[in-house]
Design a protein around this ligand. Structure first.
Ligand SMILES: [Zn+2]
Length: 262
């Protein structure tokens, strides 16, 4: 049996001290902080977005963080991937990031996988989560994460950044999904990814900070300001727009979920 002792669910004195600035916050409280401690979060991709969202959630006190990424660290990553240093070049991203998170906050649990999220591991990884944070760099993974989160009814907050532009949205329960917004049948442009397109060092970090902020709102307060809404951030004008979108009745990912329910 895998029972967690009841006192493990409560915050220790040291944790109360560590998170005191949050617990003092009006609109946030002990209850919200304890919800964070109980939360299981999967971060897909340990690049520019993954590094920052992972670090912010570790500092905020999310109890269990799982990282997945197959890549190793290259010199061109250091411009924006804030967890890594020169001496980390050649090592696996998920492994180095996991070590850093535990150094930052020894009270949380961190698991890492040196792998690409694909059909063989997605269901087992996503099914144990309360929330998935997508920060991957390619559309194949982005559609798969959306599909599996829909199928398993696990909340998803997805962030992306290319050039000076960023996007952020949330999918939960019966909401519209990424495939409703951008149907994959109409999408075959796999070429747009950070690896081959330029990106300013700050852009993924702005989007990851917004993603981490939304994750805390969801996990601690059950607030979902970006549910069925697409946030667009333009890094040249600094303008932010939020566009509502609806469920597509022909969406294969949403239909698969409806079939499971009936
Ligand atoms: Zn859909």
């Amino acid at each position: 049996m895998n029972l967690v002792p009841e006192n493990d669910l409560e915050l220790t004195d040291e944790e109360m001290h560590l998170y005191s600035r949050q617990i003092l916050l009006e609109g946030w409280d002990l209850d919200a902080q304890e919800k964070l401690k109980l939360a299981n979060v999967l971060i897909v991709g340990c690049g520019g977005i993954g590094c920052t969202v992972a670090e912010l959630l570790a500092r905020a006190g999310v109890g269990k963080i799982t990282l997945i990424d197959a890549d190793h660290i290259e010199i061109s990553n250091l411009q924006r991937q804030i967890a890594f240093t020169q001496s980390d070049i050649g090592f696996y991203k998920s492994e180095i990031l996991a070590k850093r998170l535990v150094q930052i906050n020894p009270h949380i649990r961190v698991e890492h996988h040196v792998a690409k999220l694909d059909e063989t591991n997605a269901i087992s990884l996503v099914s144990e989560q309360d929330l998935v944070l997508d920060g991957c760099d390619n559309f194949t993974t982005r559609y798969l994460v959306n599909q599996i989160c829909k199928q398993l009814n696990v909340a998803l907050i997805s962030a992306s950044a290319i050039g000076f532009q960023g996007q952020l949205f949330m999918v939960e329960g019966d909401s519209a999904c990424y495939n409703c917004l951008f149907p994959k049948e109409q999408h075959n442009n796999e070429s747009l990814r950070c690896a081959d397109s330029g990106v300013l060092s700050t852009t993924p970090n702005v989007m990851a900070s917004l993603q981490a902020h939304h994750a805390l709102l969801y996990l601690g307060l059950n607030r979902m300001p970006l549910l069925q809404k697409l946030l667009l951030w333009d890094g040249l004008t600094m303008k932010q727009r939020i566009l509502a979108f609806e469920r597509d009745q022909n969406c294969s990912d949403c239909q698969a979920r409806s079939t499971l329910e009936s």
